[in-house]
Unconditional design. Sequence first.
Length: 330
Amino acid sequence: MSKKHGKHLPGQSRDDGVTDGSDRHPAAHARASSTAVRAGAADVTAGTVPASPGGHRAIPIRAAPGIVAVEPGTRIDLAAVDCDADGGLDKAWAKDALAQERDRISALQERLYAERARSLLLVFQAIDTGGKDGTIRSVLKGVNPQGCTVSTFKVPSSDELDHDFLWRYHARAPGRGMIGVFNRSHYEDVLVVRVKQLVPDAVWQGRYRLINDFERLLTESGTVVIKFFLHISKAEQKERLEARIADPEKNWKFDPADLVERKSWDAYQQAFADALSQCSTPHAPWLVVPANRKWFRNYVIARTIADTLEAMDPRFPKAKKGIADLKVPD
């Protein structure tokens, strides 16, 4: 993680489709308890989102089959989640289904943008080589860039360092009608700062509460928050790092500091588990995605996003009165 972050001042972290049941793969019909901690748990209720800004009706969010939802108030055991899980799906089928889910996302995004009443924030966290960039690129392919923003949080600027740790994240939260993507996020401030001991324990420990408050503020203001943790194994990370070294076209992705960070694997796994457990709430649940198999990762994330947008049910604004009777002059 080191190359993404940089120097920090005291108290500041480093920067750091299937559209209906009849078309679903048989594995998608499986059912599992919401307390399941192994991949393959199907249609787990992950949380609720506001029906509208200030509204009281809640809409359940359901994680796609194969994703493990961290139930609020419980502790996630990441070692118990199979990073190689594929939900019993066929690779070729999943790739075709991904295209359908992209189409759903694109169509629903247009309605969200036109409605201009709510927004969607997608948070992606993972250890180095976890696949955040590839996931975002694959899942959101075809989305109108006019209605989507992607923010990557690296070394904080001097202006950001002069504010509280959440300031720069709040400034990039999506506005009404928008889909916002956080490639790394406010969780860096309870991950790398903890592992690197950049701030006293009491500082990063207090940030869990502040993060939960921040996400509750967003959701109560009409922003739906979905948080994906891309979970890969240590062996998979080794293979991906070796691939970056072996392929000249991927050399730019590799930094020798990655090997230093790899020595802290266990410490990062502990930090991730604590963050997911402390900050998975009904209004902003954490979803653990088995991510060794990229095709499976992309499909289940795309389906979750599409299902969430569908649950939000954005509507096109009503046409202005009398517009149907207008005629365009020659």
